[in-house]
Design a protein around this ligand. Structure first.
Ligand SMILES: Nc1ncnc2c1ncn2[C@@H]1O[C@H](COP(=O)(O)OP(=O)(O)OP(=O)(O)O)[C@@H](O)[C@H]1O
Ligand SMILES: [Mg+2]
Length: 349
């Protein structure tokens, strides 16, 4: 293990740690921290049957749901794994080029640490590794996403103490029990921010015959999303614009946060269930540690209002939200690359 780790300090290369997420990709450069944070979206244009990349990241996300027929905004990762390998590769290449800027020719190819979901199969891991090598990495190391999340959230992963991290991303929720640089137990639920958006879309369709797009649903979730019905039974009012399914014209409706809590109840119950399964499968000594250490929430889904409290009520355990949940995985992947104390968590295959 030590032998490949030491290669990270090769002179002149600008090594990178990448959080290749379903919703967002973050790039951390050695000794420089997070330098890129953009949506995992690629806009592909087809002209005379030939496809080419039109935009990537922020620029491509703005086009989602608004593209003309010859442009398609693609999210190459779904449910936490690569759904479109070629497009994923193009996206990684684009981001690496963006981070390196004009210096590319002066630098030796970077070594890259990239995180993979703990439930990824060996085929999926190979796909991610290949995408990074084809994008120009001289060598690729992998780190399991919950381990990266826990390191990024400053959890005591190197100590003989059990702790639990719940990383709620766009595609998946990963629940893991960590101790001594290893994952003692892990389970992955294919529910995350995307499912929450879908639940909001289907709620307004079912109850109001209103069709709304993904971007609108995500905005409602971020601004008003709540895990339980507000104390007054209503909460804030939310105005939503979309297309009426009956007569096809644009229309506006108003719902409240209690309705949103109802809409989100299914994906949130799936997350709670994942946590419960993990707790049931945790060895007693580690479970005892979790009673003291509590559960730490990371990933964008951790920002849903009241989710920490809801999990506390459901499990009877202390629950906290990491300081900056959206960057934990990238920070942890970067630290694992830089700090020898974490050697052993990086994998070559
Ligand atoms: N304030 C917020 N409230 C609720 N959800 C949010 C908030 N901010 C971001 N999100 C959601 O978090 C998700 C993105 O989180 P994150 O960047 O951790 O996912 P990811 O790492 O790309 O996905 P995965 O780990 O599943 O591959 C999106 O679904 C986004 O809508
Ligand atoms: Mg993630």
């Amino acid at each position: 293990m030590g032998s490949f780790f030491s290669k990270f300090f090769k002179f002149g290369s600008r090594n990178m740690a990448i959080d290749l997420g379903t919703a967002n990709t973050l790039v951390y450069v050695q000794d420089g921290g997070i330098v890129l944070n953009e949506p995992s979206v690629v806009a592909i244009e087809t002209i005379n049957g030939i496809k080419r990349v039109k935009a990537v990241g922020d620029d491509a996300k703005m086009m989602m749901g608004k593209t003309p027929d010859n442009i398609e905004a693609i999210r190459p990762l779904r449910d936490g794994v690569i759904a479109d390998l070629d497009v994923a590769e193009e996206m990684i290449k684009h981001f690496i080029r963006k981070v390196n800027g004009k210096r590319t020719s002066m630098l030796s190819p970077p070594e890259i640490v990239i995180c993979v979901p703990s439930g990824a199969t060996s085929v999926e891991k190979r796909a991610i590794r290949d995408a990074a090598s084809n994008a120009g990495a001289s060598e690729v190391f992998l780190i399991l996403e919950p381990m990266a999340a826990a390191i990024g959230a400053d959890m005591p992963v190197t100590e003989p103490v059990g702790s639990m991290v719940v990383d709620i991303g766009g595609g998946t929720t990963e629940v893991a029990v960590l101790s001594l640089r290893g994952l003692a137990y892990t389970t992955s639920v294919r529910t995350g921010g995307d499912k929450m958006d879908e639940s909001i879309i289907s709620y307004v369709r079912r109850h109001h015959n209103l069709l709304i797009g993904d971007a609108t649903a995500e905005r409602i979730k971020k601004d008003y999303g709540i895990a339980v019905v507000p104390a007054d039974g209503i909460g804030e009012q939310v105005t939503i614009k979309g297309r009426d399914l009956v007569n096809g014209v644009p229309k506006e409706i108003t719902i409240n946060q209690a309705h949103i809590a109802e809409a989100l109840s299914e994906p949130i119950a799936a997350i709670v269930e994942g946590v419960r399964i993990a707790l049931e499968n945790t060895a007693p000594e580690l479970a005892a540690d979790i009673v003291d250490q509590g559960i730490v929430l990371t990933g964008g889904g951790a920002l849903i209002r009241g989710l920490d409290e809801h999990l506390r009520d459901e499990t009877g355990l202390p629950v906290s939200v990491a300081e900056d949940p959206l960057t934990c995985v990238a920070m942890g992947t970067g630290r694992a690359m830089e700090d020898p104390v974490y050697r052993g968590v990086l994998m070559t295959a």
